[in-house]
Design a protein around this ligand. Structure first.
Ligand code: ATP
Ligand code: MG
Length: 147
């Protein structure tokens, strides 16, 4: 797909702060705007937007801080999400639909369905999750350009 880029891929880095509900969603909104501006097709934009929003909210709710790095190349779009936080002790469990450790306060705000990570996986062509308890969690999300 022609995104008007020649040699260099586009890279955008967004920092995300935990518990900062006032600014929550800004990184994923900005990522969505960047992709729209580049002329990425709407279906692909939507897939990345869903994945980035879910990843961002997980940092806000469960981690201490994180960085989301968007890379757009003519081949694909990748999102690397790295946080400093408690990590995930049981990844297969966390990946299960409906599993959530969200607090009552988070649930009142509409979070905690336990659908975020499964949704990221569903919208990604490549999805990798690694975590170190006491250190943090890293997601690699790749979405290929559709037509
Ligand atoms: N970055 C993270 N750091 C630590 N734990 C996490 C992180 N992301 C997810 N988790 C754990 O995995 C569980 C499942 O995450 P998932 O995003 O699927 O659901 P949720 O955030 O609980 O609810 P929803 O995303 O539907 O609002 C979380 O409840 C939490 O225990
Ligand atoms: Mg979530």
């Amino acid at each position: 797909m022609d995104l008007g880029m020649s040699l260099q891929e586009l890279v955008r880095v967004h920092e995300v702060l935990a518990r900062d509900f006032a600014n929550a969603g800004r990184a994923s909104t900005s990522i969505k705007e960047t992709l729209k501006h580049l002329g990425v097709n709407p279906v692909t934009v939507r897939r990345v937007a869903i994945a980035s929003y879910e990843a961002e909210m997980n940092i806000v709710m469960y981690a201490n801080r994180g960085v989301m790095t968007l890379k757009v190349s003519p081949d694909s779009i990748t999102l690397e999400v790295q946080d400093e936080g408690p990590g995930i002790p049981n990844i297969p469990l966390a990946m299960q639909e409906g599993y959530s450790t969200a607090t009552p306060e988070m649930r009142e705000m509409g979070f905690g369905a336990g659908m975020g990570l499964p949704n990221i996986q569903r919208n990604a062509d490549v999805f990798e999750i690694t975590s170190e308890v006491g250190r943090g969690t890293r997601l690699f999300i790749q979405v290929n350009h559709g037509s």
